[in-house]
Design a binder for this molecule. Structure first.
Ligand code: HEM
Length: 84
């Protein structure tokens, strides 16, 4: 839990990129067209206050099983996720 919380607060890799292989429709309706390269902020994802209350506070208990069970696995991506 301590290691995960450290990786959340201070991800060693802060940004990754992905090329969209299909059109991606965002929740607000805007579309990222196929072929566009996107930068994904791991740092920003790990500091999103909608997912991580008080994001600057070091709290390993964010990662106890009870607190983690309803959180998307894509909310914590220090090693990234998906194909590359
Ligand atoms: C806390 C330690 C580490 C973190 C947080 C980390 C994180 C990452 C991230 C975010 C990527 C980008 C993956 C992507 O774009 O999807 C990556 C790629 C990579 N990492 Fe690490 N890494 C760590 C340690 C290591 C170590 C110790 C090694 C080798 C001994 C290593 C070797 C690589 C390689 C070879 C890639 C490129 C993989 C590829 O694109 O095929 N990483 N790592």
């Amino acid at each position: 839990m301590c290691i995960k919380e450290s990786l959340r607060l201070h991800p060693p890799v802060t940004v990754i990129s992905r090329c969209c292989t299909q059109d991606i429709t965002l929740p607000d309706g805007r579309v990222i067209p196929k072929g566009v390269t996107c930068l994904i902020s791991i740092f920003g994802t790990h500091h999103n206050p909608a997912v991580w209350p008080d994001p600057e506070v070091y709290n390993p208990f964010r990662f106890d099983p009870e607190s983690s069970k309803d959180r998307s696995p894509l909310a914590f991506i220090p090693f990234s996720a998906g194909p590359r």
